[in-house]
Design a protein around this ligand. Structure first.
Ligand code: FPP
Length: 249
């Protein structure tokens, strides 16, 4: 992960991660079933992808389904799976034409074979695209990510190809999801809650956090711009001094 030691002043984040929260409440307020909120949320996904691509953001990582979302009522889980499948089928060609590179992060073996197949095909189709790198976190959890990295390293130690003393921050980081991408600069959570909910953990060590009351289906281009404007005013120090403070020292 590349970490540029400057303030964010005026800058565009290279990598944005979003917890898309509030679909259920959006539907509830309209006396609609929760799935209607998720469907409306799909439109916000399209808008966020289009806007990030147009602005030149390198990577967008969206939390579509957490490791904990399986505990929702079976009907909602099934409807969400159907929605993911149809969204993939409907949008993949347009994403490809827009040069988006699509990848999924998370324990995908829990999904139906049909959905896994669609995920693989979408990744293969778009693998060489030079545009926005779109990561969909599905059956993802930040703790799961760190655990699977630890297991990869433990296996290499067990096989005798790695010594425990060789494990450092960079090596562990290289085993985590998103390690090939720029560090996450901006983390957005919609829907009013102010927590991380086991989304990216290691990857957001120095990330700027932005929380908004806006429900995900209402998160349009102007809501994204408000988040980008807030980011542009942040002074990033990564544990050190800002550029201005360094000049004074
Ligand atoms: C959280 O809202 C949202 C989800 C668990 C699902 C997110 C899914 C989408 C935005 C649909 C489309 C996604 C893709 C990638 C095509 P919530 O249900 O927890 O809302 P609530 O807090 O108001 O109940």
């Amino acid at each position: 992960m590349d970490r540029t030691l400057t303030s964010a002043a005026g800058a565009l984040p290279r990598h944005i991660a979003i917890i898309m929260d509030g679909n259920g409440r959006w539907a509830q307020r309209r006396h609609l079933p929760r799935i209607a909120g998720h469907r409306a949320g799909t439109q916000s996904v399209k808008s966020a992808v289009r806007n990030c691509a147009e602005k030149g953001v390198d990577a967008l990582t969206l939390f579509a389904f957490s490791s904990e979302n399986w505990s929702r009522p079976a009907q909602e889980v099934t409807q969400l799976m159907e929605l993911f499948l149809s969204a993939l089928q409907n949008e993949i060609q347009e994403l490809h034409q827009s040069h988006v590179r699509l990848e999924f992060i998370g324990a995908r073996d829990a999904f139906s074979e049909k959905l896994q197949q669609q995920m693989r095909e979408a990744e293969q189709l778009t693998a060489a695209n030079p545009g926005l790198h779109l990561n969909i976190a599905a059956n993802y959890g930040g703790q799961w990510d760190i655990l699977q990295a630890a297991q990869q390293l433990a296996l290499r130690v067990e096989q005798g190809t790695l010594r425990a003393s060789q494990i450092d921050r960079a090596l562990l980081e290289s085993c985590l999801c998103l390690s090939a991408l720029p560090a996450v600069d901006l983390f957005i959570r919609t829907g009013g809650e102010q927590r991380i909910s086991n989304f990216l953990l290691w990857q957001i060590a120095y990330t700027e956090l932005y929380f908004t009351e806006t429900l995900w289906p209402d998160f349009d281009a102007s809501a994204l711009q408000a988040a980008l404007d807030a980011y542009a005013t942040r002074q990033r120090r990564f544990g050190g001094l800002t550029v201005a403070h360094q000049a004074q020292a």
